[in-house]
Design a protein around this ligand. Sequence first.
Ligand SMILES: C[S@@+](CC[C@H](N)C(=O)[O-])C[C@H]1O[C@@H](n2cnc3c(N)ncnc32)[C@H](O)[C@@H]1O
Length: 381
Amino acid sequence: MLIDRYPVSQESELLSQVDWDFPERVAHSGIEGLHPYPAKFISEIPRALLEMLPLPPNTIVLDPFCGSGTTLVESQRRGMQCIGVDLNPIATLITRVKASPLPEGIEQSLVRVIDQAHRVDSVRIPTIPNLDHWFKKPIQSALAACMAAITTAEAEYQDVLRLALSSIIVRISNQDSDTRYAAVSKNVSQEDVFSGFYDSARKIVSVLSDRDYELTPAEVITSDTLELSADDIRRPVGMVITSPPYPNAYEYWLYHKYRMWWLGYDPLAVKRREIGARAHFFKRNPHTPDHFNGQMTKIFKLLRSVVAPNGYACFIIGRSKIHGRIVDNGAMIESVALAAGFNPVFKVERSISPRRKSFNLSHANIKKETLLVLHRTGHSL
Ligand SMILES: C[S@@+](CC[C@H](N)C(=O)[O-])C[C@H]1O[C@@H](n2cnc3c(N)ncnc32)[C@H](O)[C@@H]1O
């Protein structure tokens, strides 16, 4: 762990007492493990930040790249209101489910949906590229029957049911695993689809019923954050906690491609807007580190107008390798933030656990990441 402290302050004294590698941590379980998501935070990071940094009065927590909603869950645990934004509709589906009350009657709705899915005898299979390569025909029919049955459920149940189906899609496909994108032969039957869907929904219900904290209001926005304005956020933000996407690292759209197709979203539209997606760095379409700099400049323009005086912005980010060159994204964000009126108060380089499973791009080889804590200077907005 390498700590950079800037001028000594109360915050930096406190923050430097934490072992940001969290070596004692055990694997994701419960609400953190509700649905797979690549490169998610370990919950200890937002938890420690929320415990140690004071939230200015009447402000909320914002994660402008919320992924699976770890920041929102930790904010709710501490009784703080929060907003999460993500481009990826699977991310915002996971976050909404984690941060919302369980709708009453969900179990009965699940039984009705499963029953209906079993009874469907002819169902339209959606048009999805390469479908036969990744899904056996009987599995396609069972999945389509589940989707058709879900769409007949009342609106309040849809999110939990859709998340349950999403969580089993890779398991019942020919894809080897969530972290390995290769077709293999698996012994999966239609009944495995129905029972997998049922079990997954039961698990979600059980995990969410175990939440032992009050659910503070949480807003979840599905949008390209680069397109947002201060009017979309509406409330003063006291703390930003986020791990932004960065060039050539993870492919969130690709990881969830078939989940999106099956749930009726367009993964290609997500790919086009996804910051850092590898396709943007191919020779025919060459983004450079300057693109990322421009994108983060835009993000900090937004943060400058929504973060309250004396609020904080905490960024966790790794390095990129672009056309063979290593780019220090942490240093870049620091300079962009400074220009936008945020002062760095603490920086630490932490090791990423080798156990963190992701759809890892072998060339990226990400083993370290930087936590950068910035303070919004005290003049009014
Ligand atoms: C490192 S992940 C966030 C993970 C999150 N901290 C968690 O705990 O799950 C970065 C996120 O940025 C999102 N993203 C990429 N480009 C985006 C854009 N233009 N607008 C909004 N979100 C975007 C990705 O979909 C991904 O979920």
